[in-house]
Design a protein around this ligand. Structure first.
Ligand code: PGA
Length: 259
């Protein structure tokens, strides 16, 4: 069975004390209310990684993620943070290919490939994002575009490397807009991406890869989304900044036995 994952992408939000308060609340609720099997990933800004991660001790299935990683090992890259540095901070996951990085910071396919490689080499699991614009959705050729984002970013990997990948489908028109994809729209893409992975790596591997949905996920729409056969959880932005909302999202899996 594939893991059930809810990842909170805090983006560029929260002071250190706010980040610590949010983490402590999530740790408590995770322990008291959530079925063990649900995996939570908290993805704060770099500067909060240490203090947030420090509050995790002895909490099962709570993981630390990074919003970015440098495309280079080490050296004269002012302002960058390396995969090795992240690993020192007990970071397990890293978001790569988010539409905000692709769009605002001009991260192209070559850079994303370098980031994926360097993350894997240093034991970090990429949460690799793909997503189409509204214009592309309306034109109707979004599936080919999304499959291409996955092949150009990931299909150079060996099967052993690909096993570590988490895919996130985040339609750009649904991010931070309050407009969620309908379940049928998301399921169509998730199924197509899984088949695309199967064509390259085989059915067995494709069946193991978690594919998360992202884009205005909240406590109201999560249950319907997570009930779809190919949606294995969510990459949550705005709603991950509120502990109660985040935990309610994590309780939305159909088979999650709430304690
Ligand atoms: P949102 O962001 O939940 O605020 O739409 C999701 C994301 O960008 O990961």
């Amino acid at each position: 069975m594939r893991p059930q994952i809810v990842a909170g992408n805090w983006k560029m939000n929260l002071s250190q004390s706010q980040a610590q308060a949010l983490t402590s609340e999530i740790v408590g609720m995770r322990r008291d209310e959530l079925h063990q099997a649900v995996e939570l990933i908290l993805i704060p800004p770099f500067v909060h990684l240490k203090s947030v991660g420090g509050l995790f001790e002895h909490t099962p299935n709570l993981h630390l993620g990074s919003q970015n990683v440098a495309a280079y090992e080490a050296g004269a890259y002012t302002g960058e943070i390396s995969a090795q540095m992240l690993q020192d901070y007990q970071v397990e996951y890293v978001i790569i290919g988010h539409s905000e990085r692709r769009g605002y910071f001009a991260e192209n396919a070559d850079i994303l490939v370098q980031k994926v490689n360097i993350a894997l080499k240093n034991g970090l699991r990429p949460i690799f994002c793909c997503g189409e614009s509204l214009e592309m959705r309306e034109k109707g050729d979004y599936l080919a575009f999304l499959k291409n984002q996955i092949s150009e970013g990931l299909f150079h990997l060996s099967a052993q490397e690909f096993e570590k990948i988490v895919i996130a489908y985040e339609p750009i028109w649904a991010i931070g807009t309050g407009r969620t994809a309908e379940v049928a729209q998301a399921q169509e893409v998730h199924q197509a991406l899984r088949q695309h992975v199967a064509a390259q790596y085989g059915q067995n591997l494709a069946a193991q890869i978690p594919i998360l949905y992202g884009g205005s996920v909240n406590a109201k729409n999560a249950a319907e989304l997570f009930a779809a056969p190919d949606i294995d959880g969510g990459l949550v932005g705005g709603a991950s900044l509120k502990s109660r909302e985040f935990i309610e999202i994590a309780k939305s899996f159909p088979k999650a036995d709430v304690l």
